[in-house]
Design a protein around this ligand. Structure first.
Ligand code: WQD
Length: 336
């Protein structure tokens, strides 16, 4: 299939482009590099030994996007392009609503106009908020969003559902990501945080590399086994693969709306991540225990039964693999 991948040079997007090529598909990247770097394209080509077509376009520019749809006539879209920093979204909500929602409505309008039937949408476990029961299934009720970023994911899901109900033939797969970490095992592509990382694993790798003085563990007085928060960390290549399975499934259907949790189904504490990183990479990490971070939920991890059963998808990589690959990527980046 020919598949437009918006945000295809980004962290999850670039890994998905690689997996698409490896499964015999033709990805077309749309990215304006505001949160990624053009060199990622040549890295994708190096890994896959192919050339990849790309357009430098903002998904909020309807007319430019229209031209790409007209030119490419894709079979489907995987839509990653969006802002994703929770804290920033609290201070600049309009930036988030404008970008994340306009790009989505543009893409859906163009799916109507050019008769493109399939879309996979990046959602997030943040839509569950503080869930009453852990692990969360896709039926666990969504809680009011805790940030404008989270709200763009909830509203994005709602827009897709309304669009689905109003159309005769559209297929939609909503993937609710847990915590993506790691990097491609080749060490050629990975996460490129701009400025100080907000997320745990890039902060750890930058601390180990000496770029940051120490990691602050945000609170050790939660009601968990070691007092630190619990998350479901998934290797980015496993997450990428889920997109391929998701679009391959819906492309065979007519009028289908799927929602899947994409996590490994294992809850891991912050201190377990730190210890595993130290162990697997033979690195001592400087860390201190600090205050709780506002907005953090104590514990969330997935019940991934639905995606395992319906898509026959299974995570291949462990937490150790992910932390080894993340460190390998960090080291390679510095040596390049
Ligand atoms: C993980 C754990 C922190 C940094 C966010 C989004 C979510 C999703 C993934 C994105 C928490 C702790 C972190 C640090 C720490 N989507 N931590 N010190 O908050 O679970 O999820 O990213 O696109 O929607 O909300 O991820 O990596 O920030 O934090 O102790 O310096 O690590 O408190 O328990 P989070 P995270």
């Amino acid at each position: 299939m020919k598949i437009i991948v918006t945000g295809g040079a980004g962290f999850i997007g670039s890994h998905t482009v690689v997996e698409l090529i490896e499964r015999g598909h033709t990805p077309i990247i749309i990215d304006d590099y505001r949160n990624s770097k053009p060199f990622i394209l040549s890295r994708i080509e190096e890994i896959t030994n192919t050339t990849v077509k790309s357009y430098n376009i903002d998904c909020c520019s309807f007319d430019k996007l229209d031209k790409v749809f007209k030119e490419e006539q894709p079979d489907g879209i995987i839509h990653f392009a969006a802002y994703k920093a929770v804290g920033e979204s609290v201070n600049q909500p309009l930036k988030y609503y404008n970008n994340n929602l306009n790009s989505l409505t543009n893409i859906l309008s163009l799916m109507q106009k050019h008769k493109v039937d399939n879309i996979v949408f990046s959602s997030s476990c943040t839509v569950y908020g503080t869930a009453e029961k852990i692990p969360v299934t896709e039926k666990t009720p969504r809680k009011p969003a805790e940030s404008p970023y989270g709200n763009t994911k909830q509203v994005g899901e709602d827009i897709l559902t309304d669009f689905f109900n109003s159309e005769h033939d559209k297929n939609i797969s909503i993937l609710r990501y847990f915590n993506p970490i790691g990097a491609h095992p080749s060490g050629l592509i990975g996460e490129l945080p701009i400025g100080t990382p907000n997320n745990l694993v890039p902060y750890i790798t930058q601390t180990a590399a000496g770029i940051r003085k120490e990691l602050t563990v945000f609170g050790d007085d939660y009601t968990t086994k070691d007092g630190t928060c619990i998350r479901d960390y998934i290797h980015v290549v496993d997450l990428a693969t889920a997109h391929i399975y998701a679009i391959e499934k819906i492309a065979k259907q007519s009028k289908q709306l799927d929602i899947y949790n994409v996590g490994v189904g294992i809850g891991t504490t912050v201190l377990e991540v730190v210890q595993t990183f130290e162990e697997v990479n033979n690195q001592k990490l400087n860390y201190i225990i600090g205050n709780r971070r506002a907005g953090d939920v104590v514990e969330i991890y997935s019940d991934n039964t639905k995606i395992v059963e319906e898509l026959n998808w299974k995570p291949k990589y462990s937490l150790k693999d992910a932390l080894r690959d993340a460190w390998n990527w960090q080291k390679k980046m510095q040596n390049d």
